[in-house]
Ligand binder design. Structure first.
Ligand code: FES
Length: 298
């Protein structure tokens, strides 16, 4: 029998579980079976999100291990394994300090498994916009279909909105900003495609009542109205777009943080990740734009 003690800032106290022979599997499998929230994504040793620190709790020599190339590479990329540890693992069978929970099999020994917590969403919750707050307190998504229907609506509206803004910009000769909005519409369409693929034959109208009113009368990713100003600069357009993307991010974040349905939570987290990427891209564009304007002003 193996005692596995899970410890993490995301647990209110350490949790020890017993993994009996024949029913052990990986650390991640044991964690999932016992509702221990080790973050994970690919479950195939590639993404590194299930990183854990493993300590043997007995005085005996730890069981030998076979580090796969995949795990080695992921740990290397995360900066969590040294050359020395690789040699020790390959030559002397001594396990490294960090492992991937989805790749590390529980053996007949007591271990302590430490993990940081769910890093698929930021540790510090973002400031929630009123849309997210209303959503958080008001509307409860009860099923995956319900979530997807809302995600489709959000992304569809965002794509239409960005395309409309792009057309407006192009019509008044501000092609540069128009191109930017087309790019943002493209991002929304990618999301939309993903949500639609998952939703398959879902009837949208069955999920969102036609008279449903979103907070502030706009789906979360819509930018502020002033973005349609014909004289808008690239920098201001980017700032307006950032507001929209952040609202989209907050929307999914609040769903991920409040839904009681595990499947919805997992899906919302994926959208959170992607929205966070878009926010990062926009912030980088804005930083560059600000740098360029400052340079030209000198
Ligand atoms: S879940 Fe991706 S590496 Fe373990």
């Amino acid at each position: 029998m193996a005692n596995i003690t899970f410890t993490s800032p995301s647990l209110s106290r350490d949790v020890t579980v017993y993994a009996v022979a024949g029913d052990r599997g990986t650390i991640l499998a044991v964690a999932k079976a016992n509702k221990i929230p080790i973050p994970f994504d690919c479950q195939d040793g590639e993404c590194g999100s299930c990183l854990v620190e493993v300590k043997t709790l007995s005085d005996k020599r730890p069981y030998g291990i076979a580090l796969t190339e995949k795990e080695k590479e992921a740990l290397r990329q995360l900066g969590k394994i040294t050359k020395e540890e690789i040699v020790q693992a390959e030559v002397n069978d001594i396990p490294p300090r960090y492992r991937l929970a989805c790749q590390c099999f529980v053996r007949n020994e007591d271990i302590q498994v430490s993990f940081v917590g769910d890093e698929t969403v930021p540790a510090q919750p973002p400031h929630l916009s009123s849309a997210a707050k209303v959503f958080k307190g008001g509307l409860e998504l009860k099923s995956v279909d319900d979530f997807l229907a809302h995600a489709i609506k959000v992304e569809e509206d965002a794509a239409i909105h960005f395309d409309g803004l792009a057309a407006g910009m192009e019509a008044c000769g501000n092609g540069e900003v128009g191109k930017l909005f087309r790019q943002l519409a493209g991002y929304s369409r990618l999301h939309l495609k993903e949500a639609k693929t998952r939703a398959k034959d879902l009837d949208l109208t069955a999920q969102i009542p036609p008279d449903y009113v979103w907070p502030e009368h706009a789906t979360p990713e819509r930018t502020s109205l002033y973005a349609s100003d014909a004289d808008i600069s690239r920098l201001d357009a980017l700032r307006a777009a950032l507001v929209g993307e952040k609202r989209g991010y907050e929307f999914y974040y609040s769903v991920a943080g409040t839904s009681k349905n595990d499947e919805i939570v997992e899906m919302a987290k994926e959208f959170v990740k992607e929205e966070a990427e878009h926010v990062k891209i926009l912030e980088a564009w804005i930083a560059r734009e600000e740098w360029l304007s400052a340079k030209h002003a000198v």
